[in-house]
Design a protein around this ligand. Structure first.
Ligand SMILES: NC(=O)c1ccc[n+]([C@@H]2O[C@H](COP(=O)([O-])OP(=O)(O)OC[C@H]3O[C@@H](n4cnc5c(N)ncnc54)[C@H](OP(=O)(O)O)[C@@H]3O)[C@@H](O)[C@H]2O)c1
Length: 283
């Protein structure tokens, strides 16, 4: 881990931290000495995760952990969370890990399900970023979006479509692509239009592409914005099928969260990239 440039008052927020990779990210950030806000859409599950974390012998200061409700698919929930954060920890937000995500299990494939997947993984993540980015500390703040290699652009058969993901201009362009995918599934033309049969894959391709758009927007404030593939991890989402543990999946997001900021300890503005196993990977 990088030499410690953060203080115990610096806040790290993790979405979807009640279980899986998000829980492990929250644990590692708390062990590293951040003031961690565990967030979850379900308050009971969030509170239970908080208690579990506070009871770990590896957590030296359990009082530095807190819980707030945050449903990223609900703009009112995002705004309420933002207001709490501003009131309780003014000027202290340094790390935002957008980990929350959904995936339908089995062979589910349809326009409605696709919209629901995109609404959380892309739109919910983007909404959380847009609301909370203004609170991030200039020169030190960072956003880490837990995306997926399932959104690798090589999996999009249509070259013209792929090109739009490769050089995204702004969020509205990505919104239009998301709407087109849903409409093409509804019309039965998605294959002819060059899309793969993966709702989750496209939702994550949108999330990674959005990460690049946001990185450019926040560059001037010295804020790093990166996407990560945690690898295939044994969690509820993968039906406990992956070869990695959730803790292994949490390693690269936490590594990005603790990279030295520009100008500190040889740190540079590391932004707009896609990572796995602490290495840049193509997108
Ligand atoms: N596991 C893998 O192999 C793998 C591979 C690549 C990428 N990923 C990505 O890694 C991230 C974490 O996945 P995981 O494997 O840890 O899955 P998981 O165990 O199913 O956890 C997902 C978390 O996201 C939360 N969530 C879902 N919708 C939400 C919303 N609208 N608002 C707030 N929280 C919400 C869930 O809350 P509930 O408990 O309330 O449902 C849960 O806490 C996801 O973004 C996933 O796409 C996972």
């Amino acid at each position: 881990m990088a030499s410690k440039w953060w203080s115990s008052e610096d806040v790290a927020v993790v979405t979807g931290a009640n279980k899986g990779i998000g829980y492990e990210i929250a644990r590692l950030l708390a062990e590293a000495g951040f003031r961690v806000i565990v967030t979850a859409r379900n308050p009971e599950l969030g509170a239970a995760a908080l208690e579990k974390l506070k009871g770990l012998p590896s957590i030296s200061d359990p009082s530095a952990l807190g819980f707030e409700r945050l449903d990223i698919s609900d703009k009112a929930s995002i705004e309420a969370f933002k207001a709490q954060l501003e009131a309780r920890h003014p000027g202290r937000l340094v790390v935002l890990v957008n980990n929350a995500g959904v995936a339908f299990k089995g062979d589910v494939f349809g326009a409605e399900e696709c919209k629901a997947t995109i609404d959380t993984n892309f739109r919910g993540t983007a909404d959380a970023c847009e609301a909370l980015a203004p609170l991030l500390a200039e020169g030190r703040g960072r956003i880490i979006n837990v995306s997926s290699g399932a959104g690798d652009l090589s999996r999009i058969p249509g070259a013209a479509l792929r090109a739009q993901f490769e050089s995204p201009v702004d969020r509205p362009q990505l919104e239009a692509l998301a709407d087109k995918f849903v409409a093409d599934i509804k019309a039965g033309s998605y294959k002819a239009e060059g899309w793969p049969a993966s709702m989750y894959g496209i939702s994550k391709a949108l999330e990674t592409a959005y990460t690049r758009v946001l990185a450019k927007q926040l560059e001037g404030r010295g804020i790093m914005v990166n996407a990560v593939c945690p690898g295939w991890c044994a969690t509820d989402m993968s039906s406990w099928g992956g070869p990695r543990t959730a803790a292994q999946g949490a390693d690269t997001p936490v590594w990005l969260a603790t990279l030295p900021p520009p100008g500190v300890d040889g740190g540079e503005l590391v932004t707009g990239a896609f990572w796995r196993d602490r290495q840049r990977i193509p997108f």
